[in-house]
Write a protein of this length. Structure first.
Length: 83
């Protein structure tokens, strides 16, 4: 839904945003800036959910044993290709 809005905005900020976003019009600049804010918040929420899922999984798995020297040697050989 589109509505006409009459806002008092800082022209310097609009011009700077327009250059950064490489948009043609001021309206496009405002729309793009709003889209980016919305996308950034959605990504932040996704990361927060993932982090909490990882914490929950860690809690369910319990303490993990420390890697043994044999495991470390195997991991290094996998990484370097030397066996």
């Amino acid at each position: 839904m589109k509505r006409n809005k009459h806002l008092k905005l800082d022209q310097i900020r609009i011009d700077l945003a327009r250059r950064i976003l490489r948009t043609r019009t001021e309206t496009d600049t405002i729309h793009e800036a709003l889209d980016r804010v919305i996308e950034t918040e959605a990504e932040r929420c996704r990361k927060r959910r993932l982090f909490h899922q990882m914490l929950q999984l860690k809690k369910e798995l319990g303490p993990m044993p420390e890697p043994t020297s044999e495991w470390l040697q195997w991991a290094r050989s996998e990484r370097t290709g030397k066996r």
